[in-house]
Ligand binder design. Structure first.
Ligand code: OXD
Ligand code: MN
Length: 597
């Protein structure tokens, strides 16, 4: 098939790769995307015409859609890091020999787009003109993916201009793996039970087959911005992290930025756009999922959010938990796998009182009182980041924002106090490596079971996690403690004996952010304790919360016996990394053991 690249690109390497993919996948036609508003509209019109999208009555330019019930989440067990050497993928990733994997993929992709349109998406992760940004090309046979990429990335001609001037791009090929015979219409949500999400970190390329959902298919997000970018960051001395970025301004007008990493189901999106309940303070959102950090000339780490939209989990999002998210999704939003109301609006658990009748994400009729959950626990909204009422004007700043603090947190019913600070960058790196969370019903696995998720990067690190810890230590060695961000650990999820949360969480978490802010300006001192630096009494403001003295004490208690047990668990966990576990982490584990004994 002849593709007319005139007025699109004349970049030889790009053209030759697209031609190669056309020959391999055999689509019926090729659409070279321009990223325009009209293109987005035509994609949505097409999806409405096909019956994939249902236009919503109460939200301008917004749509409801439902995936195939077998294609609802990232598939970690089908995600591969195909580095040349197995050791470079490490013990926490699935590895396959790149040559062998290419053979598998070439067979799968052979003719996989038959009867479908191939879309070629040029996109930038990060603002144009930033030395931190990366450009990718995603080839896909899913118009749903094209529509979502319009929201999630900066997409279009300008990305091609970047390729033209510096030649570099990350190629990503995606297919739902559902070719169509002549005249066949196929399912509304095409996918294949055989799924492969494959990364070649040395070649810096992505091949994704069989899924049309989220991180499996929107290749800019987890595949490029985390797995490929983390491998590139290791080679080039920067950080690609699974972190939100927020800005805090105090009543005196001083502004600081923080990044935060949390495993799934710990309220990361809620914190990213928290509606501060602190008079005179202002909190702004730069990003809710990914941060890329590089040293500026000032010796400080500066971060950009490579994304342009939020792909947020809907259930649990409400005017109480996250009013800014609710306001963000009022228009121009794609809802996937939530429930549809009879008057063509969306609903999910936790949003409001359930209506009497709904259409579930499985397109079944649902009446109030039924046991089934009408929205899938991993149902999502795809929405433009700039619609967020507290979107930071720095979202497009090519220089990024200087980071004063990095926050790690997990869901722990006991052990971990409300907040403490690391003694140093090395100790902070150790806190990131130790991160773990109790699983909720939203993730596969046993509810309540502890899952180690270092830096919340377990499913997203594009290389050996042990080397990744070492890379963090190396990054710290490039600057000095006074310029490096302070590192904090938080836990919003402590429970009492009856299983009730003892900290109110949600918007009240801003009180803890305020303490971190005051630490970063040097306004308040901290108490040195066995596991870290703790707030002095009264420095985390509890006024108006009616927390009993007992609860206030429990929020900051250190249970030495439990910590001894934790250390034993960590020793065992760290053995997984064998000789890639860096000395700095071993030293911090030993220090902790000594301090609590
Ligand atoms: C996400 C995730 O979708 O972390 O952001 O799973
Ligand atoms: Mn995420």
């Amino acid at each position: 098939m002849d593709v007319d690249f005139k007025n699109w690109t004349n970049h030889a390497k790009l053209i030759s790769w697209i031609k190669e993919m056309v020959a391999l996948c055999g689509p019926k036609e090729v659409h070279l995307c321009d990223g325009s508003e009209e293109e987005y509209k035509s994609m949505c019109d097409l999806l409405v015409k096909e019956g994939v999208f249902v236009p919503l009555a109460k939200r301008e330019n917004s749509f409801w859609c439902a995936s195939d019930p077998s294609d609802v989440a990232r598939v970690e067990d089908r995600t591969f890091i195909c580095s040349e050497k197995e050791k470079d993928a490490g013990p926490t990733n699935h590895w396959e020999d790149p040559k062998k994997m290419k053979e598998i993929l070439l067979k799968l992709f052979d003719g996989c787009m038959q009867g479908r349109t191939m879309y070629v998406i040029p996109y930038s992760m990060g603002p144009y003109g930033s030395s931190l940004s990366l450009v990718g090309i995603e080839i896909t046979d899913s118009p749903y993916v094209v529509a979502n990429m319009h929201i999630m990335a900066r997409m279009g001609k300008k990305a091609l201009d970047v390729i033209q001037s510096d030649g570099e791009f990350v190629p990503g090929i995606h297919s739902v793996g559902c070719p169509l015979k002549e005249g066949e219409k196929g399912p509304l949500w095409p996918c294949n039970e055989n799924k492969y999400i494959v990364h070649f970190p040395e070649e810096r390329s992505i091949w994704s087959y069989g899924s049309g959902y989220g991180g499996n298919a929107l290749l800019g997000k987890k595949c490029l911005a985390l797995r490929i970018a983390s491998a590139k960051a290791r080679d080039e001395g920067w950080l690609a992290e699974h972190m939100l970025i927020l800005g805090i301004t105090n009543p005196e007008g001083e502004k600081k930025y923080f990044c935060a990493a949390f495993p799934s189901a710990c309220g990361k999106t809620n914190l990213a756009m928290i509606d501060a309940e602190l008079p005179g303070w202002k909190i702004e959102c730069v990003g809710d999922d990914i941060a890329w950090m590089k040293f500026g000339k000032d010796g400080r780490l500066h971060a950009i959010n490579p994304e342009n939209g939020f792909f947020g989990v809907a259930p649990g999002t409400s005017m109480d938990s996250n009013p800014n998210a609710i306001k963000t999704i009022a228009k121009n939003t794609i809802f996937t796998n939530v429930a549809l109301t009879d008057d063509k609006d969306v609903w999910w658990e936790g949003l409001s009182e359930a209506p009497e009748h709904l259409t579930t994400w499985k397109k079944e009729s649902w009446t109030k009182g039924s046991d089934e959950k009408p929205a899938h626990p991993n149902s999502r909204f795809t929405t433009p980041a700039k619609q967020c009422p507290v979107a930071s004007s720095e979202m497009d700043n090519p220089d990024g924002v200087p980071i004063s603090g990095i926050i790690f947190g997990g869901r722990r019913a006991s052990l971990e106090p409300l907040v403490y600070e690391a003694f140093s960058w090395q100790h902070g790196t150790f806190l990131g490596a130790c991160l773990s969370s109790e699983m909720t019903a939203a993730a596969k696995g046993t509810v309540g079971k502890l899952r180690h998720d270092p830096f919340a990067m377990l499913p997203f690190c594009g290389y050996n996690m042990g080397d990744y810890f070492g890379h963090w230590l190396d990054v710290g060695a490039k600057s000095t403690e006074d310029k490096l961000p302070k590192v904090f650990h938080v836990n919003w999820f402590q429970k009492d004996e009856s299983g009730k949360f003892i900290w109110p969480g949600f918007l009240e978490n801003a009180r803890v952010l305020k303490w971190m802010f005051d630490r970063s300006t040097g306004k308040v001192e901290a108490d040195k304790k066995s596991i870290g630096l703790f707030p002095k009494k009264g420095d985390v403001d509890f006024s108006g919360l009616s927390l009993s003295d007992e609860v206030q004490e429990k929020l900051f208690a250190i249970d030495t016996a439990a910590w001894k047990k934790e250390v034993e668990g960590l020793k065992e966990y760290f053995e997984t990394f064998k000789d890639s576990l860096p000395d700095g982490i071993k030293a911090e584990l030993k220090n902790l053991e000594e301090r609590i004994s």
